[in-house]
Design a protein around this ligand. Structure first.
Ligand code: SF4
Ligand code: SF4
Length: 398
């Protein structure tokens, strides 16, 4: 796997501009023929984590999907759009997401196919942490996979981009089970790379929609932030490294990058060759990034009665303000650790309550809450530690 990332400036989602930028990106990487042959079927693995409009910067923008699909058709191949969102994986659950994200319009206006195969199977990944992982049948049936990710912050992993987007290859609510199976970032990321390695050369291209990224409470309730770039690479860890730099985040603080080194996707010095535009002109110094959640359940270092308090000082945690909670139970139904309880207040209003002794800080509740009610709060020791880290990083870069 090479270490080349094509960088193309693109200042809006105007269809013609995006098409030209993607076309140029392919040329910089050696041409589309390098990735797809005549007659092949390409799965466009987009990011459709949650029902949201393109303007919310939660999902891969339809202009990017359209540009890639047009170029595939021009290469006399075919493609279809596919993803499994955070909730159930079936037609009823996915249709509102296809509609809101603009994917349905691509189908109706341009005939771009949308996946309607909701089967999955136990893929023999034979990886570092899993022998088998349930994966989407639709991806298995494609000849080639293009990973069309969105550059966003992420409460658990720090960033969501090329590496993390393949978590959506696990069907619907099985993702929740896998959060419970791999609650720590190390094994969670091992599982992600097991999936990438399973697909191997078939997963030959990663395209990051960083025209408008997301900052703050990503991956579903953050704020859109214009970056103005498209990134393309056959190497997801290299692509994510450039993504971190655009967000002004030290890539070595992001576990998916650390794991990428372990799995041989990157060398220790993060040597990457960029072609095309100079990404350093697009770095956003005041990007509201998120520190990855390196939470591990607090062990026996302090007496048991103080563990809960000290853990809350040292970590980030999901907080659900009972007055804002709509009582829909979505977080309750999907929490992998059963750490959420639905309670009723004196007026009979239902609200969700988190048991921090059980919570593994996966932030599925934040990701899935349809009302953006779940916030991430940092304990005072956590804030102090990260303020000091930021100072150290600043002085290193001066
Ligand atoms: S409460 Fe939220 S962050 Fe904690 S384990 Fe459940 S879903 Fe994950
Ligand atoms: S998903 Fe959001 S609104 Fe629904 S119960 Fe949980 S916190 Fe409340």
């Amino acid at each position: 796997m090479d270490n080349i990332v094509a960088v193309k400036a693109c200042d809006s989602y105007d269809e013609k501009k995006v098409y030209d930028a993607v076309k140029e990106g392919f040329s910089l990487l050696g041409g589309i023929e390098k990735f797809v042959k005549k007659g092949q079927i390409v799965a466009l693995k987009v990011n459709l984590v949650h029902k949201a409009s393109p303007e919310e910067a939660v999902t891969t923008h339809p202009s990017v999907v359209l540009a890639v699909a047009k170029l595939i058709h021009e290469a006399k191949a075919d493609c279809f759009i596919v993803d499994s969102a955070g909730g159930a994986y079936n037609q009823n659950a996915m249709m509102p997401i296809y509609k809101a994200s603009g994917m349905l319009e691509l189908n109706e206006k341009y005939g771009i196919k949308i996946n309607d195969n909701y089967d999955s199977f136990n893929a023999p990944v034979n990886g570092r942490v899993s022998k088998t992982v349930p994966l989407l049948d639709a991806l298995e049936k494609a000849d080639v996979i293009f990973n069309l990710c969105k550059l966003k912050t992420h409460g658990f992993t720090g960033i969501s981009n090329a590496v993390k987007n393949m978590y959506g290859a696990i069907p619907g609510l099985v993702k929740v089970e896998y959060h419970a199976k791999f609650p720590g970032l190390d094994t969670f990321n091992d599982n992600l790379y097991d999936i990438h390695n399973y697909y191997g050369k078939k997963l030959c291209l990663h395209i990051s929609d960083a025209i408008i990224g997301m900052e703050g409470a990503g991956p579903t309730h953050g704020t859109p932030r214009k970056i103005g770039l498209l990134l393309m690479s056959s190497n997801p860890a290299c692509l994510d490294t450039i993504g971190c730099k655009l967000m002004n985040v030290d890539p070595k603080t992001i576990p998916t990058i650390e794991e990428g080194i372990k799995y041989g996707y990157l060398d220790e010095d993060l040597n990457i060759k960029t072609v095309g535009d100079d990404y350093s002109n697009f770095v956003i110094t005041n990007y509201q990034s998120i520190k990855p959640n390196k939470y591990t359940p607090f062990a026996s270092a302090v007496p048991k009665v103080f563990q809960k308090l000290v853990t809350s000082w040292m970590t980030q945690r999901p907080v659900i303000p009972c007055k804002k909670c709509k009582g829909c139970s979505k977080c309750f139904n999907h929490c992998p650790m059963k750490a959420i309880e639905m309670r009723t207040d004196k007026k009979g209003k239902k609200y969700a309550h988190v048991d921090y002794n059980k919570c593994i800080r996966c932030y599925c509740c934040q990701e899935l809450c349809p009302f953006g009610v779940v916030k991430i709060k940092s304990g005072w020791i956590y804030k102090l530690r990260h303020r000091n880290d930021a100072k150290k990083n600043k002085s290193k870069s001066q």
